[in-house]
Design a binder for this molecule. Structure first.
Ligand code: FE
Length: 151
């Protein structure tokens, strides 16, 4: 009886660990099937949408922003602000949802922001955000996001 309990506890713990690190991995073809060409270009080819053209640039409804690739919740409207830069801007992400990586493309040193679940490219983070909060500006492509209204 004691042994059974022990095994059960172990399995519970193992499944918890697996879930915590579960990644969404797909082939190029797999991503192309579920993403629009523009979403694919941004998320999987590290593209950038033209400034002011994204659907969430001037969008300030109450809700959450998910990754357009894997639906992981990444940002909250509470942390969104108008940076007048042409892209949706947040002063923070939701804990553990994103990863930051050094990006030296085009000889320009920036910090890339990716979704920790599917490793899709979201945008970049800069240090010119609101001084009264985090000082960070998460500059994110609208095409990498999907908004869900929450009251
Ligand atoms: Fe994702």
């Amino acid at each position: 009886m004691y042994f059974k309990k022990l095994v059960f506890t172990f399995l519970l713990f193992a499944s918890f660990l697996l879930n915590a690190q579960q990644k969404v991995v797909k082939t190029q073809e797999g991503w192309k099937k579920i993403l629009t060409p523009n979403q694919y270009y941004i998320l999987r080819e590290k593209g950038t949408e033209r400034a002011t053209t994204g659907r969430y640039d001037q969008h300030f409804k109450k809700g959450i922003y998910q990754c357009a690739g894997c639906k992981t919740v990444l940002f909250s409207s509470i942390d969104k602000y108008d940076a007048h830069c042409g892209w949706p801007s947040f002063d923070r992400s939701l804990k553990g949802s994103i990863e930051e990586r050094e990006d030296n493309r085009y000889g320009w040193k920036r910090t890339e922001v990716i979704c920790s679940t599917c490793e899709g490219h979201l945008g970049h983070v800069f240090n010119d955000g609101p001084k009264n909060t985090t000082g960070k500006r998460y500059c994110i492509n609208s095409a990498a996001l999907e908004f869900e209204k929450k009251e």
